[in-house]
Ligand binder design. Structure first.
Ligand SMILES: NC(=O)c1ccc[n+]([C@@H]2O[C@H](COP(=O)([O-])OP(=O)(O)OC[C@H]3O[C@@H](n4cnc5c(N)ncnc54)[C@H](OP(=O)(O)O)[C@@H]3O)[C@@H](O)[C@H]2O)c1
Length: 353
């Protein structure tokens, strides 16, 4: 067997971690590769679902005795606490692992401390290998744990001239089936999908993650959240069907902002309390504007169709910008063609001051 470097092993561990995206919440995605004394891979694992075995435990089980004096290469600092499963730091010590290489330290105060426990037991610990790459693979979880509210992705669909509906209000469909299939895949990677009551009243969306061809539901459904200050969501709205859990978030329950509407930071804090780490904000334009104006959007995914309407509502309304100097500046980080449409991913630039 060929031996692999720690750097190559970390690349593989990051790949493995990504297999858990969308199913591990409220836990992070984690991948682990175990090398024996000669640098040969003797175990691989990833965390697949909350409550299931951690990546290190899966890799240790595969390696058995070959883990002794070996190196565990892991994308996140091994946990040091007993939750639904035991501490990974102790399991690594018990298996006789000689070195642990970690990409990113654990920001979660409840679970961190694994590196210190390992060092105290005489295990060599190295931190920071492929740290940026591992950080990017776990960005939603890491961001939400560091600051105490979920990572927010605003997704919208629009024509090339930025319209989200025609002048007469018709909007189905602006983008292609391929783009809509992509949106359903995106829904499958988050813990909650948010929409304003305006969208519910106008479009009566289901907000489920499903197979668009046969309508079947994905096994794991994000929580559906309607942001609805005074509880105007109709009793027979599709979001109230039994297909997934739904929360009609009213100002009475969450708290009201200065305009009397649902207080958005309080809403995000409440979602974090419920274990939500990644949110897909699906609109509409007014709610998206309020999130952007408050600086609460972490990532934007725009599906842009090669069509023009020339009139009709725009994809974004009232984002707190009245003059060009106040424009919300973005950085495009990805442009991918999906069928005839473009999927443009952008990150808001940090504002000065
Ligand atoms: N192209 C797209 O990607 C896309 C996506 C979604 C929707 N749409 C379109 O958007 C249209 C609906 O637009 P919309 O702007 O009326 O709907 P919206 O943004 O979904 O909902 C706006 C409503 O959300 C409620 N809300 C609660 N808290 C809020 C807060 N803090 N800030 C702002 N709003 C808050 C407000 O009603 P209360 O004050 O009663 O709470 C507000 O009127 C539909 O025609 C739909 O087709 C397009």
């Amino acid at each position: 067997m060929v031996s692999v470097s720690v750097d190559e092993a970390m690349r593989r561990a990051i790949e493995l971690a990504a297999r858990g995206l969308g199913t591990t919440s409220p836990n992070p995605v984690v991948g682990c590769v175990l090398l024996d004394e000669d640098g040969q891979v003797v175990g691989e694992g990833f965390h697949a679902y909350a409550g299931g075995p951690h990546a290190e435990i899966v890799a240790l089980a595969q390696a058995g005795r070959r883990a002794k004096n070996g190196t565990a290469v892991v994308t996140l600092e091994p946990c040091d606490h007993t939750g639904r499963t035991g501490p990974c730091s102790s399991a690594l010590v018990q298996a006789g692992v000689g070195r642990v290489v970690i990409a990113v330290p654990d920001p979660n105060p409840v679970a961190s401390g694994g590196a210190a426990t390992l060092r105290a037991a005489g295990v060599r610990v190295d931190l920071g290998v492929r740290g940026e790459e591992a950080e990017a693979g776990n960005v939603a979880w890491l961001t939400s744990m560091r600051r105490g509210w979920p990572y927010v992705i605003w997704k919208y669909a629009a024509t090339l001239d930025g319209r989200s509906a025609a002048d007469d209000g018709t909007s189905m469909w602006i983008t292609s089936e391929a783009a809509r299939i992509d949106v359903h895949a995106l829904r499958g990677t988050v813990d909650a999908v948010l929409a304003g009551v305006g969208t519910v009243l106008a479009d009566d969306p289901r907000l489920t993650a499903r197979n668009l061809r046969d309508g079947s539901l994905a096994i794991r459904q994000p929580l559906r959240v309607v942001v609805d200050s005074s509880g105007r969501t109709p009793a027979d709205a599709r979001v109230r069907d039994g297909a997934a859990r739904t929360w009609i978030a009213t100002a009475d329950e969450v708290g009201a902002g200065p305009d009397g509407r649902v207080d958005l930071p309080a809403l995000l804090a409440a979602l974090h309390q419920r274990g939500v780490r990644a949110v897909l904000l699906e609109g509409g334009p007014r709610l998206a504007g309020a999130f952007l104006a408050a600086g609460l959007v972490d990532k934007i995914v725009g599906y842009v169709a090669p069509r023009l309407l020339g009139a009709g509502p725009t994809a974004l309304v009232d984002a707190g910008v009245t003059t060009i100097a106040e424009a919300i500046d973005l950085e495009f980080v990805d442009v991918t063609q999906i069928g005839p449409d473009l999927r443009i991913t952008a990150l808001p630039r940090k504002r000065e001051g």
